[in-house]
Design a protein around this ligand. Sequence first.
Ligand code: C2E
Ligand code: CA
Ligand code: CA
Ligand code: CA
Length: 283
Amino acid sequence: GAKAGRTGVGYYRPGAEVDTLLRLDMIESLRAALGTGQIEVHYQVKVDLGSGSPHGVEALVRWRHPTRGLLAPDAFVPLAEQAGLMRKLTIEVLELALAQCRRWRDGGVDMTVAVNLAASDLLDRAFPEQVRGLLQQYGLPPSALEVEITETTLMRDLVRSAAVLDELRELGVKIAVDDYGTGYSSLAYLQELPVDILKLDKSFVTRLEDGSERRRQKAEAIVRSTIGLAHALGLRIVVEGVDSASVLAKLRSYGCDLAQGYFLGRPRPATELTATLSALGHQ
Ligand code: C2E
Ligand code: CA
Ligand code: CA
Ligand code: CA
């Protein structure tokens, strides 16, 4: 404001005001960035522990900001939600991911792609129809697409979310519960919602090798019983955050279906991933 005085290095502003201006500036540049090629998708492989082959990839959004460089989702996904830009962002990610899936399939690599959804996507009754249109446009079977939804997102409005999820499921799209175990984990929604896959949050896996023996035993009990629960419900389970060979070996011995993490591959642009995918496939 007018009272802001000179500090010797520039104009002084209370921190909150700077934050607000920065946020508004970021929102405006994000709005302008959508649809211009600044939004990119990196892919992280999910490995089938039974066969050792890649099962698919998760699409993770990045923003190649003209001056700030490559931004991680934490830096702009919450802003997109606040500013009502999430639908456009989700559709752009979906379109990039499905186009890439098509290219992999054309090259003989049969990948599924998983796309993260936000709360607002699940409240929009027109969303499933848009998904159907995009799958058709790229000539992909609906089973090539998985959507990942966190428990917290689901719980935002369970009744309305269920309607959209039911329609996606009817198309043949697979539904995964992301960050499982960190939100309001409830057995009731596993009973009610059309879920195909549980994705156990990386915090539990980290604790398999972290801290005291007692803590490790607890983590092992949680991981093993979640794998058991998923299987008893007829669901597949993905464990994320697998960042060492020893964790991978443990998960294999627990009967885990799929694993994802830095040890198996960091998120990479599609062009850099294609080699990894064929290498894993021939392991
Ligand atoms: P997430 O869905 O839980 O995605 C996994 C995150 O864990 C990714 O971070 C990934 O890089 C990271 N990760 C993978 N393996 C390891 C590992 O071994 N160790 C550790 N410490 N971390 C690992 P990223 O890409 O920064 O994504 C962060 C979050 O942003 C995602 O968490 C997801 O909730 C959100 N997000 C990403 N892309 C999208 C999108 O297109 N739409 C929406 N709505 N959200 C997205
Ligand atoms: Ca995810
Ligand atoms: Ca997750
Ligand atoms: Ca997460």
